[in-house]
Ligand binder design. Sequence first.
Ligand code: NAD
Ligand code: TYD
Length: 340
Amino acid sequence: MKIIVTGGAGFIGGNFVHYMVNQYPEDMIINLDLLTYAGNLETLKPVENAPNYKFVKGDIADREFIFKLFEEEKPDVVINFAAESHVDRSITDPESFVRTNVMGTTTLLDACRKYGIKRYHQVSTDEVYGDLPLDRPDLFFTEETPLHTSSPYSSSKASADLFVLAYHRTYGLPVTVSRCSNNYGPYHFPEKLIPLIISRALNDEELPVYGKGDNVRDWLYVTDHCKAIDLVVRKGRVGEVYNIGGHNERTNLEVVKTILKALGKPESLIKFVTDRPGHDRRYAIDPTKMETELGWKPEYTFDTGIVKTIEWYLNNKEWWEHIISGEYTKYFENMYGERL
Ligand code: NAD
Ligand code: TYD
């Protein structure tokens, strides 16, 4: 099979490309990525010379480019990871999220319609369901939970999901959608909570925790997500949505304290800062459909995955030190300057 993976120079896409290139030597993996601030070819070093791997630089929202690529490559499968993915950036610049996340998705869907496809898979997020109250630990997101978004990011992802499902119903396009909870692991860009805390704690810098730190996220180790997507693409039913998560809920403060303890750093580094506007309180996935229909089970708990992740950041300092020394300095100043 020839598989186009979009956004494969980012965090989850990069981990997915590693997994697929090694797992399926008979398949050809084409990594299509625009290399925005979040895309990094260093992440692909371990597979860049593999015979079943190829990198193409390009924009999923560039119609002419995408149609030409599909004409040339005639892919069997398209798995769309490419996105603007950071909630805080979506609050300052919503339009780039509409362009990539919505129009990029419809461009890919149109190319799939024109050139034919065995499967289009949309990598979505549990954030499309909005949030759950902190005092109702009995509530979880199922595939039937209504879409009810809070941020420009989640609104753009929900919109894309609706287009994907509409292309199935209207044009019969063979699509699947997966909605995963928060990921963590190797190659995670240090604007997101876990890599930001690890990298700053290692440099003895203040650690910004929004509000009271009591918001809850449901953390999944990234390779468990990659394996789940592979299963959905190969065995999932067309037109269906699958929720992916492993019941690993933690408050943000618990996450930060766990990292500090593992690194032997003091809790005095924690600084409570002004909250994110519209901050979602709790995400929590009910993964029953993945488990019963596809037999998926995550390999890592938060306690085992976070140890592996911290080890990776300790052993791969050049990967993230390179990032935080460039443009990122300006981003951090703009986003946190007045708060810290
Ligand atoms: P990321 O920001 O690390 O990577 C995104 C990648 O997409 C980058 O390599 C970037 O260069 C590329 N990209 C951006 N715009 C593009 C465009 N117009 N054309 C081509 N490539 C473009 O994101 P991530 O955290 O790896 O997330 C990947 C996907 O998974 C996203 O769709 C996201 O919504 C979804 N998701 C993420 C999480 C999470 O916890 N990170 C959880 C659930 C779902
Ligand atoms: P993040 O990694 O941005 O993922 P998401 O917003 O998509 O869940 O944030 C995870 C949680 O951590 C979220 O509740 C916001 C919080 N957070 C902080 O407290 N401080 C920070 O500096 C960042 C980036 C996030």
